[in-house]
Design a protein around this ligand. Structure first.
Ligand SMILES: Cc1ncc(COP(=O)(O)O)c(C=O)c1O
Length: 301
């Protein structure tokens, strides 16, 4: 158990045993940090966790109190159908989710927690031959540092393919990262400051929640179905909350597998544009479409 979880569990236990009763004030962050000899940040994380569980609430200028009526845990609430029900929350990452992520590389388990393709389905020999022949052709470059934003040839090839997704990009629009999560982090860092809120379709690929939690951001969960985010709820939620960014996985969403229809993508972009909210689109699966063409990006319509 992580330290902040231990602290949260202790306070939770004290509430359950009646040491702190509904409506009573619990120790301030600084007082508890002194009492338990843990950092202020650890207590803040513990309190955020208890807040999300509906155990305690922060009252402005006054401190933290045990909720008068202990609420249903936010993480377990089913998708809320109305915008009024959607409020920004700190991320709590449950033990089961962490366990699943820890076990992704465990060879004795089927890695259901990761979107990893079966390597046997890839043309492994052909890919290896191509890699060998390219590293012979570019023997020095293949072991040298690339420029920080990536090799120009690779960025150029990506921009040529961007037409398939409705975009017409230039090589300098592209930054090469070592994966999608590595791209999400700088995208969020460029837009958000700690305490800001990010709107995100729920359920979501959990690693993004880890990034959001790590950056001290809050999440506004927008319920989603087979056609992606519920735009009515999103519209209400972004008009009633300050939202700094919106993350979408419109093409073959993980975990839902959903594909947002083009007219909904247009509507999503226009709703966000009205509130000047940047859209961060995860399109790791867009190229997996059956048929001859792939679906466009939201921003490519
Ligand atoms: C929707 C989605 N985005 C991102 C990722 C991770 O991408 P990467 O490994 O490139 O960081 C996954 C992997 O499961 C995913 O399902």
């Amino acid at each position: 158990m992580l330290l902040y979880e231990e602290v949260a569990a202790r306070i939770n236990d004290m509430i359950a045993k009646g040491t702190y009763r509904p409506g009573e004030r619990i120790p301030s962050i600084r007082a508890l940090s002194r009492q338990m000899r843990v950092s202020v940040n650890t207590v803040m994380e513990s309190y955020a966790r208890l807040e999300n569980l509906g155990m305690i609430e922060a009252r402005p200028q006054s401190g933290y109190y045990v909720c008068s009526r202990l609420a249903e845990p936010a993480a377990r609430r089913s998708a809320a159908p109305k915008g009024e029900d959607i409020v920004p929350n700190s991320v709590i990452f449950g033990d089961i989710a962490l366990e699943v992520m820890r076990n992704i590389a465990n060879p004795s388990l089927v890695p259901l927690g990761g979107g990893t393709p079966n390597s046997e389905l890839s043309p492994v020999d052909k890919l290896n031959r191509m890699l060998a022949s390219e590293s012979r052709r570019f023997s020095l470059q293949s072991i040298a540092y690339p420029p920080p934003h990536g090799h120009k040839r690779l960025r150029t090839q990506i921009t040529r393919r961007s037409l398939d997704s409705g975009c017409s990009l230039a090589p300098d629009d592209i930054i090469i990262t070592s994966g999608c999560v590595e791209a999400m982090n700088p995208a969020l860092q460029a837009i958000c400051r700690p305490g800001d809120t990010v709107a995100i379709g729920s359920p979501v690929y959990p690693t993004f929640l880890k990034s959001i939690q790590w950056m001290g951001l809050k999440v506004l969960e927008i319920p989603s179905n087979g056609e992606g985010m519920n735009l009515e709820v999103l519209d209400y939620a972004i008009r009633h909350n300050r939202v700094s960014a919106c993350i979408t996985i419109a093409n073959f969403n993980n975990p839902l597998g959903s594909l947002m229809p083009d007219d909904k993508k247009r509507e999503l972009v226009s709703l966000l544009a009205k509130q000047e909210i940047p859209l961060i689109e995860d399109d790791v699966y867009g190229d997996l479409a059956y048929g001859t063409s792939r679906p466009p990006l939201d921003q490519g319509l």
